[in-house]
Unconditional design. Structure first.
Length: 234
């Protein structure tokens, strides 16, 4: 059965999410960054060869998500998250998808802030799921960029979400409770201003349209801040 891509995301809104970016960039520019990042995740969803699930963070965003889902294949659907910490939300989402009529078995979870993911990463994840119950792409900051499974997740609510201990804790939990886990080469997500500027190099040779736009946007922001800094010290 085709693996299902599950995009766990927030609706970009002013003052919502990415607060570490907002400290440096302000709320309006941070909103633009969030929109550009989500466009890259939607790009992956549009190109996905199998089923796609959009999982917005709130029931209130379900209509908004369905409007985006119509851009993708007929296999795309919307399943809003419940309230709770990320572990609780992922457990309920995972159980919901596994109890549907089509019996989804291979689920690949991504967020909206890892535009460095490439087709070869997804191919490696799919290959890993043939022999492992879980496949993870750790993040360089200690978190996790991608989570994939072919059997239900163990209880995730007590993991140290949003800390640099998450990746190791998640891997250990999967090893103990799921029996087999494969960790792929590390990636990174965009949490800090330095992560955003790192995209200039990461995406400079990427020919996917949303990535090209994000790379150009990051370059423009870097130039704008440099000019502002020079003017202040002139």
């Amino acid at each position: 059965m085709d693996a299902t891509l599950v995009l766990v995301h927030k609706k970009p809104e002013l003052g919502v999410g990415k607060q570490r970016l907002a400290t440096r960039f302000g709320t309006e520019l941070t909103l633009q960054i969030a929109q550009a990042l989500l466009a890259c995740a939607f790009e992956d969803a549009a190109e996905w060869p199998g089923p796609v699930v959009l999982a917005p963070a709130s029931q209130n965003d379900e209509r908004w998500a369905w409007a985006r889902a119509k851009r993708f294949s007929s296999q795309c659907k919307v399943v809003p998250q419940i309230s709770g910490n990320l572990g609780q939300r992922l457990n309920v989402l995972d159980d919901t998808l596994r109890h549907e009529k089509n019996k989804r078995t291979q689920l690949i979870y991504i967020g909206s802030d890892s535009p460095g993911l490439r087709p070869e990463d997804y191919a490696a994840v799919k290959a890993g799921l043939h022999e492992n119950n879980a496949v993870l792409i750790p993040a360089t900051d200690g978190g996790v960029v991608l989570m994939a499974n072919r059997s239900r997740w163990p209880g995730l609510s007590k993991l140290p979400w949003s800390t640099d201990r998450l990746g190791i804790a998640l891997s250990q939990l999967c090893q103990v409770e799921m029996g087999s886990v494969k960790k792929l080469q590390k990636g990174y997500d965009v949490d800090e201003p330095e992560d955003f500027f790192r995209l200039i190099d990461t995406l400079k040779n990427d020919d996917r349209p949303a990535r090209r736009a994000l790379c150009a946007f990051a370059s423009d922001v870097a130039l704008m801040l440099k000019i502002s800094h020079n003017n202040k010290h002139a």
